[in-house]
Design a binder for this molecule. Structure first.
Ligand SMILES: NC(=O)C1=CN([C@@H]2O[C@H](COP(=O)(O)OP(=O)(O)OC[C@H]3O[C@@H](n4cnc5c(N)ncnc54)[C@H](O)[C@@H]3O)[C@@H](O)[C@H]2O)C=CC1
Ligand SMILES: O=C(O)[C@H](O)CS(=O)(=O)O
Length: 483
C-alpha cells in the first residue's frame, strides 16, 4: 500500500482512546478486485466492547459541557483533515471496498461534507420559549444530547456512512461507539486517526471490530447506550429494532430500497439516460438509492432502451486503481451469486437480455453491466434489492399503472421521475410513497437535504437541518409561582 501517510492505515481498533492491534485471531480484510489480503482487524471481546461503552459514558459528562462552538471547531478541523488526506483515504477505501478511485475520492468529499455541515449545526441546537398558559409560569423547551450512542455502518460507503452518523451525534454533544462493516474497517479507522488529530477527547469516539452479532447484542442490551443508528439491510434493522426495544432506545434506521425510475413519454430522454447511468451504476449499483426498477412508458420505451444500451456500453469494468475503470467489483462472491441468481430467474421467466458487458478474467468479484427488458412485477428482480449493475426495464401504459407498479413494494426510500409535465410532477410528488423523490434529477444525495425512507426502508433523517434532532432530546420545563 503506497500511502503518503502510512500511519492512517491501522490494523487495530480504537477503544477508549487506545489503539488495540489485531492479534493472530484477527479477521482478514480482502480486496474484492484481486482477492489479496489488505490487512487484519481485531476480534474484540465482549469486555472490550463494554470498556468502549464505559469510556463513552465517562467522556459524555465532559463532552456535553463543551459549547456548541467548541464542538464545531473539532468537527471543522476533522473535515479539513479529511480533505487534506483525500488521496490516502480514497486509496484505503478502494483497496478494501473496490470502488474506482475517483468514486472513492468523491465519497471522501461527501463524508467531509457531513463533518462540515454539522460543525455548523453544532451551534444551532436551539430550544424554544413558549408563551405561558397561566400567570406566574414560564414554559421552556431545552434541547439536550441523548447521551451514549451506537452507530453500525455498512460496507458500501465506508467513510460517508460513518460521518453521516458520527458528525451529528458529536455535534449534539453525544458520544459514540462505532462498529464499521467487517468488509471495510480501515476507512473508519483512518477517519478515527484524523478525529484524534482534530482534538476529539479520549473516549468520545470508539471504533470497535469483531463478531457483529455479539457487538450488536451488547450495544442493544446496554442501558448506557441510549440510541442506535444503523445503515444496512432491512433484515438486520429489524433485529436491532427488536433488541433495542428491551431498553427503549432511540433509533435511526437507513435500510434497504427498491427505487423505481419512471420515464414518461414527454421526458427529456437524454437527461433520463444520463440520470439512469449515474443512479443505477454508481458504486457498481451497490447503494440503497440505486435504481432497482426502470418503468418506461410505451411511447418512448424502445428509444430509451436503445439510448440506455449505448450509454451502458461506455462503462468499463476493472480494478478500482486501473486507469479508466468506471465499474469496480461487487463486495464479495455472495453478492455476485445473488445478482446472478436474480438475472437468471428473470431470463427464465421471460425477460430479454438487451446488453451484457465484459468483465476482467483476472478473478475478483466483478459482475458485467447488464440491461434486461421485458421485466415484470412478478419477477424476483423487481421485488428484491439487486445491489448490482443490472438495469431491469419494465414497460407501462398509463400514469396510474406506473404509480401502482412503483408503490408495489415494502420499501420506500428513493424514487425517480422523468417528465416535463408540471402538474404530473406535482401529482407524483404526493402519490409516490418514498422518503426521497428525484424529479428530472438522479443525484439526490447531499448533506443539506434530509436523507431517509419510509415503510421497510426505515425511519429517521440524516443530514440537513433535521439531522441534529436525531441526537437531541427535547426537555419541557415549566416554572410556576413567579410573582
Ligand atoms: N441501506 C443501505 O445503504 C445498505 C443496504 N444493504 C443491504 O443489505 C444487504 C446485505 O449487505 P450487508 O453488508 O450484509 O448488510 P448488513 O445489514 O448485513 O450489514 C450492515 C452492518 O450491520 C452489521 N451487522 C450485521 N448483522 C448484525 C447484527 N446481528 N447485529 C449488529 N450488527 C450487525 C454488519 O457487520 C455491518 O456493519 C445488501 O445486499 C443490501 O441489500 C447493505 C449495505 C448498505
Ligand atoms: O447507503 C447508501 O447506499 C447511501 O446512503 C447512498 S448515498 O447516501 O451515498 O446516496
Amino acid at each position: 500500500m503506497n500511502l503518503k501517510d502510512p500511519s492512517l492505515f491501522r490494523e487495530a481498533a480504537f477503544v477508549a482512546g487506545t489503539w488495540r492491534a489485531a492479534q493472530e485471531d484477527g479477521v482478514a480484510v480482502i480486496n474484492p478486485a484481486t482477492g489479496a489480503t489488505v490487512g487484519k482487524q481485531p476480534s474484540l471481546s465482549q469486555r472490550e466492547i463494554e470498556t468502549a461503552i464505559g469510556a463513552a459514558r465517562e467522556a459524555f459528562s465532559q463532552w456535553r459541557e463543551f459549547t456548541g462552538k467548541e464542538r464545531a471547531a473539532v468537527l471543522r478541523r476533522w473535515a479539513e483533515l479529511a480533505i487534506a488526506n483525500v488521496d490516502d483515504l480514497a486509496a484505503i477505501m478502494t483497496l478494501e471496498q473496490g470502488k474506482p478511485l475517483n468514486e472513492a475520492k468523491s465519497e471522501i468529499a461527501y463524508a467531509a461534507s457531513f463533518l462540515e455541515w454539522f460543525s455548523e449545526e453544532a451551534k444551532r441546537g436551539y430550544g424554544h420559549t413558549i408563551p405561558e398558559p397561566k400567570r406566574g409560569q414560564r414554559v421552556r423547551v431545552v434541547k439536550e444530547p441523548v447521551g451514549v450512542c451506537a452507530a453500525i455502518t455498512p460496507w458500501n460507503f465506508p467513510s460517508a456512512m460513518v460521518t453521516r452518523k458520527v458528525a451529528p451525534a458529536l455535534a449534539a454533544g453525544c458520544t459514540v461507539v462505532l462498529k464499521p462493516a467487517p468488509q471495510t474497517p480501515f476507512s473508519a479507522m483512518a477517519l478515527c486517526v484524523l478525529a484524534e488529530r482534530a482534538g476529539l477527547p479520549k473516549g468520545v469516539l470508539s471504533v470497535v471490530t469483531g463478531d457483529a452479532e455479539m457487538i450488536g447484542e451488547v450495544l442493544c442490551a446496554s442501558e448506557t447506550v441510549r440510541k442506535i443508528s444503523f445503515t444496512g439491510s432491512t433484515a438486520v434493522g429489524k433485529t436491532l429494532m427488536a433488541q433495542a426495544s428491551r431498553t427503549i432506545k432511540r433509533l435511526s434506521l437507513e435500510l434497504g430500497g427498491n427505487a423505481p425510475f419512471i420515464v414518461f413519454d414527454d421526458a427529456d430522454l437524454d437527461a433520463a439516460v444520463s440520470g439512469a447511468l449515474a443512479s443505477k451504476f454508481r458504486n457498481a449499483g451497490q447503494t440503497c438509492v440505486c435504481v432497482n426498477r426502470f418503468l418506461v412508458q410505451r411511447g418512448v420505451h424502445d428509444r430509451f432502451v436503445a439510448k440506455l444500451r449505448d450509454a451502458v456500453a461506455t462503462l468499463r469494468v476493472g480494478d478500482g486503481f486501473a486507469e479508466g475503470s468506471t465499474i469496480g467489483p461487487l463486495i464479495n462472491s455472495a453478492a455476485v451469486e445473488k445478482v446472478t441468481r436474480l438475472v437468471s430467474e428473470a431470463l427464465a421467466r421471460g425477460a430479454s437480455l438487451a446488453l451484457e458487458m465484459d468483465t476482467p478474467k483476472t478473478g475478483g468479484h466483478f459482475y458485467p453491466p447488464t440491461v434486461l427488458t421485458g421485466v415484470t412485477a412478478e419477477m424476483t428482480i423487481a421485488n428484491d434489492e439487486i445491489f448490482g449493475p443490472v438495469a431491469a426495464v419494465t414497460c407501462f401504459d398509463s400514469e396510474d399503472e406506473a404509480v401502482a407498479l412503483a408503490n408495489a413494494t415494502r420499501y420506500g426510500l428513493a424514487a425517480y421521475v422523468y417528465t416535463r409535465h408540471l402538474t404530473r410532477s406535482l401529482r407524483l410528488e404526493r402519490r409516490l410513497d418514498y422518503g426521497i423523490i428525484g424529479i428530472n434529477e438522479a443525484m439526490i444525495s447531499t448533506e443539506v437535504a434530509p436523507f431517509g425512507g419510509m415503510k421497510e426502508s426505515g425511519f429517521g433523517k440524516e443530514g440537513s437541518f433535521l439531522g441534529l434532532d436525531e441526537y437531541l432530546d427535547s426537555k419541557y420545563v415549566c416554572y410556576g409561582g413567579i410573582a
